[in-house]
Design a protein around this ligand. Sequence first.
Ligand SMILES: [Fe+2]
Length: 165
Amino acid sequence: MNQKLVDAINDQLNYEIESAHIYLAMAGYVGTLGLDGFENWLMVQYEEELAHAKKFMAYINERGGRVSIRGFEDPNNDFSSLLEVFEVSLKHEYTVTERINNIMTVAHEVKDYAAISFLGWYVEEQVEEEDNFGKMIDKIKLVKDAGLYILDQEAGQRVFVPIVK
Ligand SMILES: [Fe+2]
């Protein structure tokens, strides 16, 4: 496989591992909010990112390339809300999509049709990732409104009690 393409895929392999840690840190934060379900959701995302990295690793090996694992900066561990976690995540996924598209461009440049076919899976996966995070943001916003609605109902039940003495 063309070395420029191997390097691009290897960079992304490392970025997927970094992504996994970003979501692991988010899962930790969400756990402190007592949101066990969302913690689980983000731990599944962590597992998915590791699976994406492993798939790249297996492909580089299959094509006779050399994998090189690197370190990365500490992920962000501090957030202000669940909504912020998901908004940061969606932005992160936009970056991942851009990166996958760039690798696809390299594959086209070097006319590696097998790699183009392989990378197609990631192109489609990113459509799903953006949709997953985007929908969750919509739902979190909707639930917030619904919560306000419930509280509004409760507030509507309050009645004036005249002072008896
Ligand atoms: Fe990924």
